[in-house]
Structure formats: C-alpha cells, structure tokens
Write a protein that binds this ligand. Sequence first.
Ligand SMILES: [Mg+2]
Length: 402
Amino acid sequence: MNKSSIKLFGIDTVILVPGKENLSGEHLAHWKNCHTGKEIIHPDRETAEKTAGRKSVKIKERLMSVIHHLQVPAKRVVLVSEDLFFISAAKRLGLAMVIGISGETQGKSKLYEKGAHLVLERLENVSVYKGKDESACSFTQHLPNVFTDLNKFETPFRDRQPVFFLDYDGTLAPIVRDPASAFLPDHTRDLLRGLSNRYTVAVVSGRDMDDIMQFVSLDRIIYAGSHGFRISGPDGLYMEHAEARTLLTKLDQFEKHLRETVEKEIDGVEVERKYFAIAVHYRNAPPGSLERIKKEADQLIGKQREFKRGRGKKILEIRPSLEWHKGKAVEWIMQKLGLSDQRKYIPVYIGDDVTDEDAFRTIADDGIGILVGTHSLPSAANYQLKDVDQVSKFLHYMVHAD
Ligand SMILES: [Mg+2]
C-alpha cells in the first residue's frame, strides 16, 4: 500500500456526506471495509442555498438531530465528508474523528482549516470497525515509508528544488532522558552540513533558538526556535514575534509558581524555562503526574486568553496563545527568502511530534510532510521515516543523490 490510510476501531456509526465527486455513489458502493453502522446524509439544496453564517448553524443542528436519532454517543461517531460546512460542524460537535476527503486534485489544507482531524484522498483509504461495548475509540494509521517508493517520492524534485525543514528532538537527535544532553550525533552534523551546501535548510524546534543553535552549530542553517516565535539565519535573517514579547513578564511569574509547586512536590518533574514558553517535563515522574500538572497549569492560565496549554512527548507546555506555530514559521521563512514560488520550490518538512502537525497541515497542498515514527494523533504527513537512524539514512541519500 503506498497511500496514507486509516483504520478506526470502536466506532458505532459512520456518517457519510457525499459531495460532488469524491464520495459519489460508485465509491460508496465499493466501500467494503465498513464493519459498522452507516448513515448517509445528502446535503440538500435548500440548506446549501442559505447564507454562509446561517448555513453552518443549520448543518450543526441537522447533524445533532441525526446523532440523537441514532442514539449513539457522539464520541463513537465518525464523519467522513468533502463538504467544508459539515466538517466544521462535526468538529464542534466533538465526534470521535472527522475525516475530510480531498480527491487527488482538490487541496487538503482547506479541509484541515475547517477542523478535519485527517484528510485523505479517497474514501477507500478509510476502514472502520465496531468495537466491543466498552472499548474506547482508537485508530492505526498507515503512511508510506519514503524508501518504499523513492522514485515517486522524488518526482516533485525533477522541476522543483526542495527546501528542507527539520525538527530537532526525535528527528535529528535521539530523545534522551535529560533534555540538556540531547546532542546531535557528529555524522548527522556532517550530513546537515552537506545538505546545507546543496539546499536551503532550516531546523524548526520547540526549544529555544539559542539552545538549538548551540546543539547544531552550523553556519549556513536557519534556526527557528520556540515553535517559530524566534528565527535567525545567514545574511542577517532575524525575526522575533513582537506580541509574544509583551508576555514575558507573565511567563516569569508562571515559571516561579510552577517551580514552587509541581517541581518541588512531584519527584522527577522538571520545569524548564524557555524564552517564549515554559515546559514541564514529566518523563521521569510517577504515572498520573500529568493530571496534577495540568490542573496547576490551567489554574495559572485561568481565564486569560493570552496563554494556552500545549503537549509534546512527556512534556506539558504553557505558551502564548497566538496564531503562530511551526507551520507559520515555515511560511515566513519561505516568503522571506523568496522561495514561495511553488513552481520552483517545494518545502519538505520532517518531524516526529504533534507540534509538527501544524507544519504538515500548512504545507499539505504544496509540500511534502514526513513523520518520524508515530505519535498519538492522526498525521497530516505524506510519508514516514521509521526513526532517527532512518532520518540520517535519508539525509545521506539526499546529500549524495545525483
Ligand atoms: Mg521532535
């Protein structure tokens, strides 16, 4: 199988909303893998003719009445649709999963913007299974490995030059118990140097920019730290998110509070102050610690809209609640360096964590996303690499390819 696909388990009902082409009758008839209840809604002309604002309200009401009629909890219902209004209404209703179907030509990013958890090209890429009564919903996603069909992977590079964006922890450097000693292996540094001699290369991380510069320590690379809130690179490239800077004093207070509470009270918890965020590491803490940390973080954030909670692998983070993330950083870099002409350049983003999904979604239409390993959410990446070692094998291949 060389397409991204998903299997969902523990689902009572799938609501299918056929649109113009991708979910047409022919496809529905061929959808053999559905081992659970199926409900088909045809968006009627009357609803479609309502004004945009009213329309989404109507659709939400309609979906609610369908779910009510089915007598199943929303948490065990999946919606599959190519209709942007249904996607956005379903997301707000908190269904187990909202899947957008894009077809091979239509863009995916619009469906992601409306709230789809995952966008696939065809209905055939989705399989759904009923669970035992008590079992929770779960899923497994298949992504093609880059090395399974290198030829296909490389096709876009025939007429477009790749621009590489790489996450650091779990992508370039192995994840280690002590985040301060996540050193970059020497051979990876050599490969990155080789790559940056041929192409534009950026390292995009949740870590502080200075931190990441020190670990990588190469001149020709662009560094985006704090999920892109701070960026610098060769020839005076520099950016610091102005609005985020106004929140630094509050972050100082939060840091002090968290050090005096969760860090003191729970063995193995470590509070790390980053430039634009606070990370609470609980990898070495007893099971169940996350709940207590969450509670403390939520109390701090309170009703203030300026901050939000974020999650990473065994990390809880408090960071500014601004419309800025790794994907925005990718766009900013491409634009600032004059690389946004999609006929000439193509962004290739490689990362292992949920925060990298923002970047995968941002470049879903005109770039290539590569997920390293797996994480807990469905991924918008196009390909997969198994682990850090395979990333280094991939870099070696790109450096030495003809
Ligand atoms: Mg990572």
